[in-house]
Every structure is written in structure tokens, then in C-alpha cells.
Design a protein around this ligand. Structure first.
Ligand code: SF4
Length: 336
């Protein structure tokens, strides 16, 4: 049987290619499309052209941060903030013990000498604790944030003749001789600014800090008892009149940090939550009823304020932390 002839896909050599369909030819004959004229590119304003390409992040130089930290380290140790001075004045008015009144007068005089003579308020110029709120649309240029802060502390404590109180290791105990490293707490917050708080913290008051992991059943009464007992045990050691920072809730470490963060609040300002504002007032009354008094010599005013910082916590936990600031409640802030 003869094989059926297979159709070849390729045209036979020498044969002309199949003609293009008529449709294509017709398209070629159509009138050419109108080409849109390109719009002229708008020029950026002259100032913007000069500044170069726009960055989505606001730049803050590491040098500027170091300069500000150096300045605030000195100012914090020379100038008590207005809120602290006003609280001392109010304490003087409210104190009933003559010895206590005399101590308040001496503390105010001491603060004035420090401010006028540019001398530290106390010989213990503290561990440099720095709180940072860094806007997520800000970018630190020309160095690392922590290094810039430490450079500022180094310069501030050296140029300001402030005591160097930091050991490089807790057990081998060799002084770093420039008060670094600082303790730095950084939060990322909305915006493009950087806010700093410089809080020199003396050893006498810091050593009186306490933390407890209470049982939830201990409740609010357990919190009051723990705070009052912490202040009673501290007695004269943190150089009263004191400011009491209380952290409630959170995890173990968050609670301790919040107790210190609470000390940043302006003395005399009300807690934004009425429930905690009432608790602060009640704790202040309980503490002042202890009768420790200025410098622990007895009297009506042991504390100038109680500040609470609360945070959500685990259903099985009720952490409470107390961090005390002495009468030299040093804190300075700046926004870059
Ligand atoms: S507790 Fe305060 S006032 Fe007392 S020695 Fe320390 S830094 Fe100075």
C-alpha cells in the first residue's frame, strides 16, 4: 500500500512564501496615529533644587545629639527644674517640724548656690540615665545613636567637672573615668523628632529601689502596702523629701523601667487617668503619714509626689516596682 504523502511544514526550497493576509495590508494603509505632545516637566522650586534629592526621613546628626546630651548633663546637675523648686517651696509651706522647715530652707539655698555658681547640686552627680523617644520618620546621620549619647555624657561630665561614678564591671569595680556607659532606654514613636531626657541618678536613692511580683489577689491594697513599706525601709537613705516613681503591671523588666519613667513627669501634674490620679494622692498621704520627714529627721513631708506608670500585664501577675528620686530630682529634656 502506498504511503500517504505527509504535508511538509516548511515551504519547499525555491517556492515563494505564502502571501500575508490582506487584512495586514489594509492596516498599513490607515492614517498614522496622532502622537500626543509630551507635557513639559515642571521644575522644582529653586530652593528645593539647591537642597538636592528629598529624603523621606528627617535627618538628625549624631554630633548634634552629642552636643545636646553634653549640655543637658551639665544643666541637669547645676539647675533644678522649676517643677522641683516649686515642689520644695510648697513643701516648706506645708512642713510643720521646725527642723524639717530648716532643711527645706537649706535645700532651696543649696539649689540657688548650684545654679548661680554653676556647681553640682550634690557631690553624687549620678549614673547618666537617658530616655529617648525616636520618631520613626527621623534618621540619625554621621554615627550611631548610642555612641552619640555616650560621647555627650563623656564630654558633659568632663567639661562640667562632674563626678565620674561609673564602674566598667560590677565585680572588678574599675572606674571608667568618664561616667560612661550611660543607661539608655529608647522607644520608637510616631513623627520625625527625637526627644531626649537626661536623668542623672544618684546611688543613694537608686539603691532603695524595690520590685515585687505580687499575686493578683493582693490587689490595690497589696500595691499600697508594698509602696509604703518600700519608703519606710528606705527612710533617710534616699535624702528625703523624695519623689516616688511606681510601676504597676507589665512584665518584670517593663515594670521596673516604668517606675523610673514615672519620675520624668512634671511634679504636681495630674495623672491623665482619674483612677490612678486618686491612687497617687492616696499613696502620697500614706507615705507622708509615715513621719520620716526631710532628711529622715521627722516631719510631715517625706515625699513631694507619687507618680504611677501602669501597663497591661499577664492574668497571673501583678508586678509592682518602686524607684525613688531624692530632693535633687534631676531631669532635663530637649527635642531635636
Ligand atoms: S540620694 Fe540624691 S541628694 Fe542624696 S547623695 Fe545621692 S544624689 Fe545626693
Amino acid at each position: 500500500m502506498a504511503k500517504a504523502k505527509r504535508k511538509s511544514k516548511t515551504p519547499a526550497r525555491g517556492k515563494a512564501k505564502a502571501k500575508k493576509p490582506a487584512k495586514v495590508k489594509a492596516r498599513a494603509k490607515r492614517a498614522p496615529r496622532r502622537v500626543k505632545k509630551a507635557r513639559p516637566v515642571k521644575k522644582a522650586p529653586r530652593a528645593a533644587r539647591k537642597a538636592g534629592p528629598v529624603s523621606p526621613l528627617r535627618e538628625i546628626s549624631a554630633k548634634k545629639i552629642a552636643d545636646v546630651v553634653a549640655r543637658l548633663s551639665m544643666e541637669a546637675n547645676y539647675d533644678l527644674e522649676h517643677d522641683v523648686l516649686e515642689a520644695l517651696e510648697r513643701g516648706l509651706g506645708a512642713e510643720i517640724s521646725p527642723v524639717g522647715k530648716e532643711i527645706f530652707n537649706q535645700l532651696l539655698e543649696n539649689a540657688a548656690i548650684a545654679r548661680n555658681e554653676r556647681m553640682p547640686i550634690c557631690q553624687d552627680t549620678g549614673l547618666a540615665v537617658i530616655f529617648v523617644d525616636l520618631g520613626q520618620d527621623a534618621h540619625v546621620t554621621g554615627g550611631l545613636l548610642d555612641e552619640a549619647i555616650n560621647e555627650g555624657v563623656r564630654r558633659g561630665y568632663t567639661e562640667g567637672y562632674l563626678r565620674k561614678s561609673v564602674l566598667g564591671d560590677p565585680l572588678r569595680r574599675v572606674n571608667t573615668k568618664d561616667n560612661t556607659p550611660a543607661v539608655i532606654h529608647t522607644r520608637i514613636v510616631p513623627g520625625d523628632r527625637l526627644r531626649l531626657w537626661v536623668v542623672p541618678k544618684g546611688g543613694g536613692s537608686e539603691n532603695m529601689s524595690k520590685i515585687a511580683m505580687l499575686k493578683p489577689a493582693d490587689g490595690i491594697e497589696g500595691v499600697k502596702k508594698f509602696v509604703a513599706e518600700s519608703v519606710r525601709i528606705a527612710s533617710a537613705n534616699p535624702c528625703p523629701p523624695i519623689v516616688v516613681g511606681v510601676g504597676i503591671g507589665g512584665s518584670f523588666e517593663q515594670c521596673a523601667e516604668n517606675a523610673k519613667r514615672a519620675l520624668l513627669r512634671t511634679i504636681g501634674s495630674a495623672h491623665p487617668d482619674a483612677f490612678y490620679a486618686d491612687l497617687e494622692g492616696e499613696l502620697l498621704r500614706i507615705i507622708n503619714d509615715l513621719g520620716v520627714g526631710p532628711m529622715g529627721l521627722g516631719g510631715r513631708i517625706t515625699a513631694l509626689a507619687v507618680h504611677i506608670e501602669a501597663a497591661p500585664c499577664h492574668i497571673a501577675s501583678l508586678p509592682v516596682a518602686v524607684n525613688i528620686n531624692c530632693h535633687a530630682a534631676r531631669h532635663k529634656t530637649a527635642v531635636l
